[in-house]
Design a protein around this ligand. Structure first.
Ligand SMILES: [Zn+2]
Length: 401
């Protein structure tokens, strides 16, 4: 797929305010992204969950012109919904894995017909000893968070919604392109030691894209971290070509510059790369260092570079160390600092931002500008990946039949 076509954002986007201000706007944008922003960029306030969900429902339902009543068909056909729900929200078992919950034939049939919310747990001890693998099937109503919070506990549902949004953001603008009736099938696992979940396979039938998207998690033997691939083994997310990338080692891109101007607010101004403290940060183009460490409360240690040849400025926030001084000249690829967790940041990450020199409010999406060539990696261990993807696909499909 053409690297400039996969991201469905309007780019460049405009912002009238500084990178991390605009509280009201951010509340709305963040709730639309399934609270994804809160993972890494701490705001000066703690939003009420209820308010965030309410605004999400309002905005998203307005966008999809939701006309149905508020009730949701939650597993009506299941003979034991409460039990399944209870199991769903129970903490990860410390002892022996539980017996698989079986889905009765009539229930499965009904689910197949209606694709209402349905949930089942599976344990496959021979292949996944000690792991709690679960599946989830549902049709979207109103929003991901809204739908998920009917079948999962809070905040688990919000974490899952944010997680799904981080995957889907590479193919669509979740806040605008979600359609009522979009079908989601998930196989995921609860990680026992961390209070986290990992999606192993996501199937998403998008009414907007008129396409079924499939993302498979895979961690190759010896790889530092796993990532998502489509069924053909192409990495799900784009990468910036290394010689023009601000960072070469990261586990995940957790946020892209978003355009949420509908409704009068704008979104996140940069790209967030989840990484370890100390990871080298590179100048993306030849530049003059225009300033360092301004607004440290929000930005932490930070660098701004001016690139007259490209007509842009680039910003690198939340650093652990800064290796350059204002006024200094740097070449493309020079190390200007190291990644950190300073300022309003929840976890070590690099916030990389690109703004037009002519118009400081014009924000560019690095994955959509010609200045940054992009590519997709192909999985190295193809055989291992295929086996893993096939296994998760069969778990998912068996849970419906
Ligand atoms: Zn950021």
């Amino acid at each position: 797929m053409d690297s400039h076509s996969v991201l469905d954002y309007q780019s460049p986007v405009s912002r009238k305010s500084s990178p991390h201000s605009g509280i009201i706007m951010t509340v709305l944008a963040a709730s639309l992204m399934g609270n994804a922003y809160f993972l890494f960029e701490r705001q000066n306030w703690i939003p009420s969950d209820k308010a965030a969900v309410a605004s999400e429902q309002q905005v998203v339902s307005a966008q999809v012109q939701e006309t149905e009543s508020k009730s949701i068909d939650l597993d009506r056909s299941s003979s034991k919904p409460s039990m399944e729900k209870k199991e769903a929200v129970a903490p990860a078992p410390a002892k022996a894995p539980k017996k698989a919950v079986s889905v009765s034939a009539s229930t499965a049939q009904k689910v197949k017909e209606d694709f209402k919310v349905q949930r089942a747990s599976f344990v496959a001890p021979e292949e996944f000893p000690g792991r709690e693998i679960q599946t989830l099937h549902f049709s979207v109503k109103k929003s991901l968070t809204h739908t998920l919070c009917r079948v999962m506990s809070d905040p688990e549902c919000k974490l899952m919604s944010a997680y799904m949004s981080r995957i889907l953001m590479w193919r669509m603008d979740v806040s605008r392109h979600l359609r009522k009736g979009d079908r989601v099938s998930l196989v995921y696992e609860r990680l026992p030691d961390e209070q986290e979940m990992r999606i192993l396979r996501l199937e998403f039938e998008s009414g907007y894209l008129k396409e079924k998207l499939v993302a498979n998690y895979y961690q190759a033997p010896g790889a530092a971290h796993g990532t998502f691939y489509d069924d053909s083994g192409k990495e799900w997310a784009l990468r910036l070509k290394e010689q023009r990338s601000p960072i070469r080692h990261y586990s995940e891109i957790t946020s892209l510059p978003g355009d949420y101007r509908e409704g009068g607010f704008s979104g996140h101004s940069g790209t967030d790369f989840k990484t370890n403290v100390g990871t080298p940060i590179h100048a993306t183009f030849e530049a003059r260092v225009s300033r360092v460490n301004w607004n440290r409360g929000n930005n932490g240690m930070c660098v701004e570079l001016t690139h007259p040849a490209q007509g842009v400025r680039t910003l690198y926030l939340h650093l652990n160390k800064v290796h350059v001084k204002a006024g200094q000249y740097v070449k493309a690829g020079d190390i200007i600092g190291e990644a950190g967790n300073t300022g309003h940041s929840f976890a070590p990450h690099l916030h990389y931002e690109m703004r037009s020199l002519k118009n400081k409010n014009k924000i560019l999406n690095p994955f959509k500008t010609r200045l940054h060539p992009t590519y997709r990696k192909t999985v190295k261990d193809k055989a291992g990946f295929k086996t893993s993807a096939r296994r998760y696909a069969s778990i998912l499909h068996n849970s419906l039949s």
